[in-house]
Design a binder for this molecule. Structure first.
Ligand SMILES: C[S@@+](CC[C@H](N)C(=O)[O-])C[C@H]1O[C@@H](n2cnc3c(N)ncnc32)[C@H](O)[C@@H]1O
Length: 219
């Protein structure tokens, strides 16, 4: 366990509750073991949308729209949802209709890496939450499309389908970590290297939910 249960409980208890539709989304995720971002990180997404006065948010990997629902709660004008599982995207359409939010959503079926090529931006916030080995490519695909002051937020940088200890060793300078066959952990390590080495961005890692890397464009 990376983040102490007590701290997670504290952050959740002190944070915002679910709307009625979000509660049903969360129940569906629990029932089907679907890895959505959770309410602690959802509160951060809402905050980022509010602080950037977000016009457009772009998501890499939307599932059935739980993370998008938090951006919309933060006042985002519109969210581009991408998902290559058509059933999940249909479920997202239904949830968003029930929440009265569908008119602020663009539902894009297919590979998010191809979808992003059809959008010029500017994006105020981008969520990276798809295949871990493609996180750095996603960042490179959007860095020029971000508005000044825009934010890229990546989930699962501390917890999820990754090896926390190997990632920590890599961050602390062990060139051998993580294992060559652990593509997902290597993907997160490469992502963190990419954003931290980019002079046009400032990155902070938040130990919230599964761990968020928040990178702000400074020029
Ligand atoms: C962790 S879940 C996303 C959860 C969502 N962001 C949330 O918090 O509610 C990752 C989703 O990304 C989708 N996905 C993975 N790679 C993708 C890609 N290249 N293009 C589109 N969707 C992708 C998966 O099908 C899965 O539903």
């Amino acid at each position: 366990m990376v983040l102490s249960d007590d701290i997670s409980r504290f952050v959740r208890a002190a944070g915002p509750g679910h709307t009625e539709v979000q509660a049903r989304m969360a129940a569906f995720a629990r029932e089907h073991d679907f890895p959505n971002i959770g309410p602690e990180s959802g509160a951060v997404l809402r905050l980022l949308a509010r602080l950037t006065d977000a016009g457009t948010v772009f998501e890499f990997g939307s599932g059935f729209g739980y993370s998008a629902s938090w951006f919309l709660r933060g006042g985002a004008d519109r969210v581009v949802l991408t998902e290559f599982d058509a059933d999940e995207l249909d479920r997202g359409r239904a949830f968003m209709r029930e929440a009265g939010l569908a008119d602020r959503c663009e539902f894009e079926d297919g590979d998010a890496m191809a979808t992003v090529e059809r959008y010029d931006g500017p994006f105020d916030v981008v969520l990276v939450d798809h295949q871990k080995e493609r996180y750095a490519d996603a960042f490179r695909a959007v860095r020029e499309k971000l508005a000044p002051g825009g934010v890229v937020v990546a989930d699962n940088v501390m917890r999820g389908p990754i090896d926390f200890d190997a990632l920590l060793r890599a961050l602390e300078g062990d060139a051998a970590a993580p294992d060559a066959d652990d593509d997902r952990t290597r993907g997160i390590a490469a992502y963190l290297d990419t954003v931290r080495e980019d002079d046009a961005f400032e990155t902070a890692v938040l130990p919230v939910g599964s761990g968020l890397a928040v990178s702000t464009k400074t020029d």
